[in-house]
Ligand binder design. Sequence first.
Ligand SMILES: Nc1ncnc2c1ncn2[C@@H]1O[C@H](COP(=O)(O)OP(=O)(O)OP(=O)(O)O)[C@@H](O)[C@H]1O
Ligand SMILES: [Mg+2]
Length: 490
Amino acid sequence: MTTFNELGISNPIMKSLERMGFEEATPIQAETIPLALEGNDVIGQAQTGTGKTAAFGIPMIEKIDTKLRKVQGLVVAPTRELAIQVAEELNRLGKLKGVRSLPVYGGQHMDRQIRSLKDGPHIVVATPGRLLDHFRRRTVRTDTVKTVVLDEADEMLNMGFIDDIREILKQVPSERQTLLFSATMPKEIRDIATNLMNSPKEVKVKAKEMTVENIDQHFVEIPEKFKFDTLTNHLDIHNPDLSIIFSRTKKRVDEITEGLQARGFRAEGIHGDLTQGKRMSVLNKFKNGRVDVLVATDVAARGLDISGVTHVYNFDIPQDPESYVHRIGRTGRAGRTGEAISFITPREMAHLRLIEKVTKSKMKRMVPPTNKEARLGQQQVTVEKILKTIERNDLEAYHETANELLEEHDSVTIVAAALKMLTKERRDVPVQISSVAPISVKKAQQEKGRSNNKRHYGKRGQGGGRNQGGNRNQGGRNRKGNFQKRRNRD
Ligand SMILES: Nc1ncnc2c1ncn2[C@@H]1O[C@H](COP(=O)(O)OP(=O)(O)OP(=O)(O)O)[C@@H](O)[C@H]1O
Ligand SMILES: [Mg+2]
């Protein structure tokens, strides 16, 4: 156990940490903060939800000279929502020192952004494309930048973003400090990263598995056409607080969302084709519980920290093991527990084994629940509500009416009626989701494992819009697809 005090953190930041309720440093924070404070370049790898934001945020904020109202730190993140979230966390950490961070991303009005930049933020948190736009317009000046952070570094160094990242680093003074963080760092990507840095120190928090231990991982083997009914049965039985359903394509995200709404769930979808305003409003509704089920492409897989997500469903199994790690990592954060349930069609079983091998984790088989189990599951939710009400022990005012009812009907009938009234009505409307081809694993890939398979990455970068949920089997492997991916994502 390491206290923040032992890490040599200054007073104002210590006070902010106290306000935020951080009592001790997480392992990645304990290991990387001192190295970064000494001025080293750092590659930091630790599981999802273990506090990497503060691990790079604290040393970056320590280095800021608040008297200088110029950009001194840049954080680059792969999605707009993540840029906003990271800027919020940095603002909390830097508040008492007076360090201000500004998120800057595509889809936001340029004029308004330029005005905010004129206010002189110390740190700019940006998506790559928009940051380069500001470099070109000279609305973000790079000459005073001392620290550059690549959050979700492996994602951004994938082919789709690498040119932007190289360009960003080229424009920042070479004596800068560069910090790279992610929960996953495949060797090929780490090699690229090392070339962009100055003798980086590598910190990899030791863990048996790439995934977090406190996430219970399950899979359900299920033909494509039964996935949707299985999903709603699951939701009825498990009754998650908040859940995220990941699907492979934008079209399927829309269809699943509509289907869930038709069956009475408070669901909304998020993917790269929505306007920025819509993306933000969906996410905000989900954060404050007005939406319980978020249906998403991989655009929501990386970095998002939403408390109360108890279940992650892979409606479609992801192509990459890394993507699996990040998707399920939206639950089980900061020491909490979570459930991950992946739907696998029979032809995708080999792919499941590959994911297990790479992530060194095991998914337990789960039998698809029947409609009857789902019905009973829903009633169980009501039973729990009733039991809680009994526990509160304040039912005196209802006794007289209850006794009158009992004189006319037997108790089972009365309780059954109450259960019926209080239980969410199952709406068994038929829902059709258009099918996609199963993900196939090339034999060679299975045999070699993923660890030394370079081709995989070459292919990934050229695919059309992975994080938009584009079907990669059909994704255009051309420069246009590549461009499409970048433009959509920043
Ligand atoms: N030392 C700490 N004590 C308590 N909570 C912490 C601490 N550090 C971070 N947290 C909280 O833990 C949560 C997860 O942190 P964060 O989002 O930085 O994780 P991450 O490692 O970046 O995950 P991901 O790989 O998914 O991006 C956040 O809500 C954060 O505020
Ligand atoms: Mg993170």
